[in-house]
Design a protein around this ligand. Structure first.
Ligand SMILES: [Zn+2]
Ligand SMILES: [Zn+2]
Length: 339
């Protein structure tokens, strides 16, 4: 089969590889349909991922068609599915508590193990969910949207809450979309005027604020000085995460969606006087994937506005290298591999 291998940072190659020969008990074989490219993939390509071993086949945002599946899995050959790329151990404390998204031994397909930028993969049948009425292309957006859906679910704030999403990249946009679906009044904050323009024109987010000097005084009137009931940080910048504490209302919640390697600092009196709830949000679970599928089915997510770029396995080495340095107008690129 054809596969794209990242041989070392900066070098992607289209190669021939054997198709996976064995399917372990409880696992399924799927033909890859479409794969979304995300920030993690650009990091792997650029050698910025902290623990990555090369060579690596990337690809963790996956729609596929079942080739063979265990009889008791409820999956049929020919069925279209969405891949949950978080491979969990099933026995650690997090797995025992129904939180495989933060399994202590988690392996992410396409990061810690070879992923889906190829024609066929095998993985546990329990990591496959029916794609419902979704097109094969839109099914490849479910994973990154599920991260935003998970963050919103983790926030546990009610309808009518005033939310601030910091970072209008794909994860921030996904978070903002699910925050709006949850009935929140959403404000988006980003340093890029171009991204905010896309958020307004493509997704109808009217309240956008460009980061710059004295953002706090621009944000304050949006809540009559109260602060936001919930703030989501999806920037991947420690300084932004630290500032985010200051935008939370008394009694409010801060959800850290993106992760940084650095330590972050905050003022305990500011945190304490608000009785703030600080929440980490990592990956997503089956419940989030299914919520995303039903929101796309009911037309609440404008998937076609999210997919801005398309390519094929053959063209990917050139295209991905280009997009790594030219992200103007890019939200989500999708690779078409099979039907
Ligand atoms: Zn991703
Ligand atoms: Zn586990």
């Amino acid at each position: 089969m054809r596969a794209i291998v990242c041989q070392e940072p900066g070098r992607l190659e289209l190669v021939e590889r054997p198709t996976p020969s064995t399917v372990p008990p409880g696992w399924a074989r799927v033909a890859v349909g479409h794969v979304g490219i995300c920030g993690t993939d650009y990091h792997i390509f650029e050698g910025k991922h902290p623990f990555l071993e090369y060579p690596r086949v990337m690809g963790h945002e996956v729609s596929a068609t079942v080739v063979e599946a265990p009889a008791d899995s409820g999956l049929q050959a020919g069925q279209r599915v969405i891949v949950n790329p978080y491979l969990s151990c099933g026995s650690c404390i997090a797995c025992r508590q129904g939180k495989p998204n933060c399994c202590t031994a988690i392996k992410v397909l396409g990061v810690h193990t070879d992923g889906a930028l190829c024609e066929e993969i095998v993985l546990p049948a329990q990591n496959l969910y029916p794609a419902g009425k979704l097109t094969p292309e839109s099914a490849a957006t479910v994973e990154f949207l599920a991260i935003g859906a998970h963050a919103v679910r983790r926030a546990r704030v009610c309808e009518g809450a005033r939310s601030l999403v910091i970072g209008a990249g794909p994860i921030g946009l996904g978070t903002a979309l699910f925050s709006r679906i949850a009935g929140h009044e959403v404000t988006l904050l980003d340093a890029s005027a171009e991204r905010l323009e896309m958020a307004r024109t493509r997704f109808g987010f009217e309240r956008t604020v460009e980061a710059g000097n004295d953002v706090a005084s621009v944000l304050a009137p949006l809540t009559d000085g109260d602060g936001f009931d919930v703030v989501f940080d999806a920037t991947g910048y420690a300084r932004s995460m630290e500032s985010a504490f200051g935008y939370v209302a008394h009694g409010g919640t801060l959800v850290l969606v993106s992760v940084v390697k650095d330590e972050i600092r905050f003022s305990d009196p500011e945190f304490h006087k608000r009785e703030m709830t600080l929440v980490g949000s990592r990956n997503a679970t089956e419940e989030d994937f299914r919520h995303v599928v039903s929101c796309i089915e009911s037309g609440k997510i404008p998937v076609q506005a999210l997919i801005t770029h398309r390519t094929t396995l053959e063209a990917l080495p050139v295209d991905l290298a280009h997009w790594a340095h030219h992200k103007e107008g890019l939200i989500k690129a999708v690779v078409e591999i099979g039907g």
